[in-house]
Design a binder for this molecule. Structure first.
Ligand code: NAP
Ligand code: GDD
Length: 340
C-alpha cells in the first residue's frame, strides 16, 4: 500500500485529493495546523477514529512554518508521495501579510524539500508542488502554457514563484522526483467563501432571500475556472508520469467576474442589468433594486487581468481531458448552498 502525505488537508483541494487517494487504496496522512475551533468540515466524512482497525487515514498536527514538525512527520510516515497543497492561498490577503505568506508558501515548500533530503528519502519520495497560474500574472501571452514567461503580481504569486523554482532545483540538483502542477483557478462547493466564485453564489442567494447588496471588487478580471475534483485527479496523474515535469492544468475557457455574476444570477432567477462604470458600476434587478455594487475595499493594489490555460502538454502526456462546463460547476455550488 502506497503512503501519501498531504499538506493543506483541511483545504478545498486537500479534501478532494484525500478522497481520490483513499479510493486508490493509499494510506493517507494529512497535516493539519492547530486551530482554536475545529475546522475539519471538508474531511469529516472520511475521518477515522483512532481505535479503528485497518485505518488508512491519519491526521497529524504540523505547521509549514515549523521545520521540526514537518521533519518528524515525514520521518515517521516514510511516504511514497508528498502533495504540498498547504498555503496562505488568498491573493488579496497576501498584500496585508506578505511576510507570513512568504514564510508558509515559499519557505514552507523549502522546509519539506530539505526534510526529504535530510532524511535521505530523495530516491523514495515523489513530490508535488501546488503551483499557480498566478505565476503568469501580468504576462501578455494569451493563453498561458509551461513556456510562458512568469510575471508575478502579488506577494502570493512571488512566494509561489520561489516554491516553483525550489521544486525544480531539488529535481535538477539532487534527482528528486519533483513536479509542479501549474493549476488555473478551480472551484467547488468546498471553495472558501472569500474567493470570488463562492462569494458571488452566497451573495446572490442572500440577495434573493434578504435583498442584501453583494459588494465586489474588480468586475472585469478574467479567469479560467474549473472543478477542483478534476484538477486533483490531474495532480495525482502528474506524479504517476514517467518523469518529473511541470504541467499547466486548466479548462481552456475564460469568463470575467461580471460574466460569472450573470451566469449565477440567471441560474437562481434574478434578472440583472448593468449600469454605470468603474466604481459606480452596479447591477440592478427588474424592480430597480441594486443587486451588485463595487466597493473599493475589494480592489487589489495590483491585479491579474487575464488568465486562460493552454493545456496541450497535459493533454498529450497525461491524457488530460477536461469536459466539465462552468454552468454545471455553478449548479453544483448553488445546490450545495441550498441544501445547507
Ligand atoms: P485552501 O482551501 O485555502 O487550503 C489551504 C490549506 O493550507 C488549508 O488546509 C490550510 O489550513 C492550509 N494551511 C494554511 N497555512 C498553513 C500553515 N502555515 N501550515 C500548514 N497548513 C497551512 O486552498 P486550496 O484552494 O485548496 O488550494 C490548495 C493549494 O493549491 C494552495 O497551495 C493554493 O495556493 C494552490 N492553488 C490553488 C488554486 C485554486 O484555484 N484553488 C489554483 C492554483 C494553486 P486551514 O484549513 O487551517 O486554513
Ligand atoms: N476574492 C475576491 N473578492 N475577488 C474578487 C472580488 C471579491 O469581492 N471582486 C472581484 N474579484 C476578482 C479578483 O480581483 C480577481 O481578479 C478575481 O476576482 C478572482 O479572485 P479570487 O477568487 O480571490 O481568486 P484569485 O484568482 O485571486 O486566486 C485564486 O486562484 C489562483 C490561481 O490562479 C486562489 O485560489 C489562488 O490560491 C490561486 O493560486
Amino acid at each position: 500500500m502506497k503512503k501519501a502525505i498531504i499538506t493543506g488537508i483541511t483545504g478545498q483541494d486537500g479534501s478532494y485529493l484525500a478522497e481520490i487517494l483513499l479510493k486508490k487504496n493509499y494510506e493517507v496522512h494529512g497535516i493539519k495546523r492547530r486551530t482554536s475551533l475545529i475546522n475539519t468540515k471538508r474531511i469529516d466524512h472520511i475521518y477515522q477514529e483512532p481505535d479503528l482497525t485497518n485505518r488508512n487515514f491519519f491526521l497529524h498536527y504540523g505547521e509549514l512554518t515549523d521545520f521540526g514538525s514537518i521533519l518528524s512527520i515525514i520521518q515517521n510516515v516514510q511516504p511514497d508521495e508528498i502533495y504540498n497543497l498547504g498555503a496562505q492561498s488568498h491573493v488579496a490577503v497576501s498584500f496585508d501579510e506578505p511576510e507570513y505568506t512568504s514564510d508558509v508558501n515559499a519557505l514552507g515548500t523549502l522546509r519539506i524539500l530539505e526534510a526529504i533530503k535530510s532524511l535521505k528519502l530523495i530516491d523514495k519520495v515523489k513530490f508535488y508542488q501546488a503551483s499557480s497560474s498566478e505565476l503568469f500574472g501580468g504576462s501578455i501571452e494569451i493563453p498561458q502554457n509551461e513556456n510562458t514567461k512568469f510575471y508575478p503580481k502579488s506577494p502570493y504569486a512571488i512566494s509561489k514563484l520561489f516554491a516553483y523554482w525550489m521544486t525544480i532545483n531539488y529535481r535538477e540538483s539532487y534527482g528528486l522526483f519533483a513536479s509542479n502542477g501549474i493549476l488555473f483557478n478551480h472551484e467547488s462547493p468546498r471553495r472558501g467563501e472569500t474567493f470570488v466564485t463562492s462569494k458571488i453564489i452566497k451573495g446572490l442567494l442572500n440577495f434573493k432571500k434578504n435583498n442584501k447588496i453583494l459588494y465586489l471588487g474588480n468586475l472585469s478580471a478574467k479567469r479560467d475556472w474549473g472543478h477542483a475534483r478534476e484538477y486533483m485527479n490531474a495532480a495525482w496523474n502528474i506524479l504517476q508520469h514517467d518523469t518529473p515535469e511541470d504541467f499547466c492544468i486548466g479548462s481552456e475557457k475564460q469568463y470575467s467576474v461580471k460574466q460569472f455574476v450573470e451566469l449565477v444570477a440567471k441560474k437562481i432567477g434574478i434578472n440583472i442589468n448593468w449600469k454605470g462604470n468603474g466604481l459606480e458600476e452596479i447591477a440592478i434587478d427588474s424592480h430597480n433594486n441594486t443587486v451588485v455594487a463595487v466597493n473599493e475595499r475589494y480592489l487589489r493594489p495590483s491585479e491579474v487581468d487575464n488568465l486562460i490555460a493552454d493545456t496541450s502538454k497535459a493533454k498529450k502526456l497525461l491524457k488530460w481531458d477536461y469536459d466539465f462546463n462552468i454552468e454545471d460547476l455553478i449548479e453544483e455550488m448553488i445546490d450545495y448552498e441550498l441544501q445547507k
